[in-house]
Design a protein around this ligand. Structure first.
Ligand SMILES: [Zn+2]
Length: 271
C-alpha cells in the first residue's frame, strides 16, 4: 500500500515537472522581430555549425582552411529577367566563381522564357518576384497588386514544375519595380506574407555605366551582408556581364562569399 502511494506521488510529481517544462519551452507569443533577427543568435548557429564541422572525423585540415568565412557573405541580386540572351551568360559567370544569387523576375518574361527560369533555379539560385508587368506598385489598389503577385508566383511555379528538385527556389520575396513603395505597398505585401526586397548597392548597370564604374561602385561600398543590385533583363547588358565578372573576381579575392538573399523560408537578415 505504501509502495503504491509512493508510485502515485512519483508519477504526479513527474507529471507536474513535465508540464512545467513544457510550459517553459512553449513560447508565450510570437517572438518580436528583433529576437528573430538577432545576429547573436546567428553567430551562435554559425559557431554550432563550425563545431560540428570541426568535430567531423572526415574533415581534413585543408578542407577546414577552405571553409568560407560566414562573416564575409554578400548577396548578389538580378532584376528584370529572365532573358534568353543575358541570363544564361550571367548564370555561366556565377558558376565559374561558385557564386549564387537571387533573381527577381518579371512574370510576363517568365511566361515567355520558362526554360530560362528553370535554368536559373537549376544553377542553385533562387527566384523572387518583380511583378508581372513591371508596374509601379504604389499606383495600384489591392486587387491589382494581388494579381501582380499571384500571376508572377504562378508563372515561376509552372516554370519550375518539371523539376521537383528545384521547386524550393521559389521565394516569398517581392522586389518592387523602381524600388517604389508607400504605406499601401507595405500593407499589401504584409497581407500576402511577402517580404519586400531592396538593396544596398545599386550598380546602376542599367544606365550605361562602364564595367569599371560598376566595379568601383561595388568596391567603394561593399561590406558583409550588403545586397548588390544588377540586371539580367533589358536591352544592352554587355557592361553588366563584364562588370559582374570584375565584381566576382574582386570580391572573391577579398574573401567574400555569395549567399542567397532570399530563400523559400524568406529573406536573409541584413544588419
Ligand atoms: Zn526592374
Amino acid at each position: 500500500m505504501k509502495k503504491e502511494l509512493i508510485f502515485v506521488l512519483l508519477f504526479a510529481l513527474l507529471g507536474i515537472t513535465a508540464q512545467s517544462a513544457l510550459a517553459a519551452s512553449t513560447p508565450q507569443a510570437v517572438p518580436p522581430a528583433s529576437q528573430l533577427q538577432d545576429p547573436g543568435r546567428t553567430q551562435q548557429f554559425i559557431q554550432l555549425a563550425n563545431g560540428w564541422m570541426e568535430g567531423s572525423t572526415s574533415t581534413t585540415d585543408e578542407q577546414q582552411l577552405a571553409q568560407p568565412d560566414p562573416d564575409l557573405v554578400v548577396y548578389l541580386t538580378f532584376d528584370d529577367g529572365p532573358d534568353p540572351k543575358w541570363t544564361p551568360q550571367v548564370l555561366e559567370l556565377l558558376k565559374q566563381y561558385h557564386a549564387i544569387a537571387t533573381f527577381f523576375e518579371i512574370g510576363r518574361n517568365i511566361r515567355s522564357y520558362p526554360e530560362i527560369s528553370l535554368q536559373v533555379a537549376e544553377g542553385g539560385n533562387t527566384i523572387g518576384l518583380h511583378g508581372y508587368n513591371h508596374l509601379d506598385l504604389t499606383k495600384l489598389g489591392y486587387s491589382d497588386f494581388y494579381l501582380e503577385v499571384v500571376d508572377t508566383r504562378a508563372a515561376i511555379a509552372d516554370a519550375l514544375a518539371s523539376n521537383p528538385q528545384v521547386e524550393g527556389a521559389l521565394t516569398p520575396c517581392l522586389r518592387p519595380p523602381y524600388g517604389a513603395v508607400n504605406q499601401d505597398v507595405y500593407a499589401y505585401a504584409a497581407q500576402m506574407n511577402y517580404a519586400l526586397s531592396f538593396w544596398h548597392i545599386d550598380t546602376r548597370d542599367w544606365s550605361g555605366v562602364s564595367p569599371e564604374e560598376i566595379l568601383d561602385t561595388v568596391s567603394a561600398n561593399i561590406a558583409p551582408y550588403k545586397v548588390i543590385l544588377m540586371h539580367d533583363g533589358g536591352e544592352k547588358r554587355e557592361n553588366t556581364l563584364q562588370g559582374l565578372e570584375l565584381v566576382l573576381h574582386e570580391l572573391t579575392l577579398r574573401g567574400y562569399t555569395f549567399g542567397q538573399y532570399c530563400t523559400a523560408y524568406g529573406q536573409a537578415y541584413t544588419p
